[in-house]
Design a protein around this ligand. Structure first.
Ligand code: NCD
Length: 363
């Protein structure tokens, strides 16, 4: 078992997360290539169509009744937690939760590693959110070494990554850029909708894990351009910049959303992640430059896609909530379908869902 992950190449790290050439653990955005993203978006679209009719919803509900999931969420969460529980429910998979380490045997001095080992004996999947980067990956490696290894899904690892959020974000972007205004698009995610498009990431990019994961995924789409709009102290990490450069993707760094908003096809707003401050240092930052105000509407492109992983503070004026370009509520719902697609893929039941979709919607 590899102890020091930083010594391993990304290719080696991602290889350790799959089994028989299929996705097993979901830990890093770098595990997803264009084909896998496309398959997951297609499956999410199919699940949502199948779930719309009673017989379809009942069919989905039979698929994972024989498995159990544990949600080990020891960092605050509402939407990601509920999104995963709803995804489990869509697939009929019972779940249980530990949300507070102070009610587990950790107060008796048990290490978290032991807690996770114990949990893995009762369940068939662990979905976890943890403040420490690398914890979920370490737990995945620990599982690999166990006789009965179960998959680990990372629901947010410190300031580092949030791959399932990035998948729902790319699904949302795909839907909005390819099929603006369509509620039930055909599940075809093979064309590249990002060619010639500019996506701006705005806010606390240094500590925002959602942006980091999404930037990795966007590098699979030639012709995309990324703007990173942030206070210099909160700018995107050098590791992401290097990755983008290595992939020959166009990007620019900016420090005021007002100067770029008119050029954007999508804008991804984020809140100040001040829970990571050591001494309230980000209080001095004028976050007004990283907020969307109502009067900026004049500059928006007609089909601008406005996104936010939520929770929101003041980054988006509430009066924009009912603008048809505001897609942050859609993101939440898309997340449930995408997470169901991911769980279905992990348990190898994707082909059954695809067959069901085609038998119902045969053309
Ligand atoms: C994000 C997170 O937890 O990283 N929220 C989420 O999962 N939707 C963003 C945030 O907390 O700002």
């Amino acid at each position: 078992m590899a102890e020091d992950l930083s010594q391993l190449s990304t290719a080696h790290r991602t290889a350790l997360l799959s089994r028989d050439d299929r996705l097993f653990h979901v830990i890093l955005a770098q595990q997803f290539d264009r084909e896998l993203i496309q398959d997951l978006c297609r499956l999410a679209e199919m699940i949502r169509a199948v779930a719309e009719v009673r017989s379809g919803a009942q069919f989905l509900n039979t698929l994972l009744g024989h498995k159990r999931a544990m949600l080990y969420f020891i960092q605050p969460s509402t939407r990601t937690f509920l999104s995963f529980t709803a995804a489990c429910q869509v697939l009929g998979m019972p779940y249980n939760e530990v949300r507070n380490a102070s009610t587990s045997s950790e107060v008796k001095g048990e290490t978290e590693d032991d807690t996770v080992r114990v949990l893995s004996q009762y369940f068939d999947l662990i979905i976890m959110r943890h403040p420490e980067e690398g914890f979920a990956e370490r737990m995945a490696h620990m599982q690999n070494a166990m006789r009965r290894a179960i998959p680990i899904i990372n629901g947010g690892s410190g300031k580092d990554q949030h791959p399932t959020q990035a998948l729902l974000d790319i699904y949302t972007l795909h839907r909005c850029l390819t099929h603006p205004g369509e509620s039930r698009p055909k599940p075809d995610y093979s064309p590249n909708p990002f060619d010639g498009k500019t996506i701006a990431f705005v806010g606390d990019l240094k500590r925002g894990r959602t942006v980091r994961s999404l930037a990795y995924l966007l590098c699979h789409y030639p012709g995309v351009k990324m703007f990173f709009v942030s206070h210099p102290d909160l700018q995107i990490g050098d590791d992401i910049v290097e990755y983008i450069q290595r992939n020959d993707v166009n990007f620019e760094l900016h420090d005021d959303v007002r100067t770029v908003i008119g050029d954007c096809d999508a804008v991804y707003m984020t809140r100040l992640q001040d829970e990571w401050d050591s001494q309230g240092e980000s209080k001095a930052i004028d976050y007004g430059k990283y907020c969307l105000t109502y009067d900026m509407r004049e500059k928006f492109k007609k089909d601008l896609v406005i996104m936010h992983p939520l929770p929101r503070r003041q980054e988006i004026d509430k009066r924009l909530d009912n603008d048809s370009r505001a897609k942050y509520w859609d993101q939440v719902r898309n997340g449930m379908w995408m997470r169901a697609a991911l769980i279905a893929t992990t348990f190898n039941i994707d082909a059954r869902i695809i067959d069901h979709y085609h038998s119902y919607y045969a053309h």
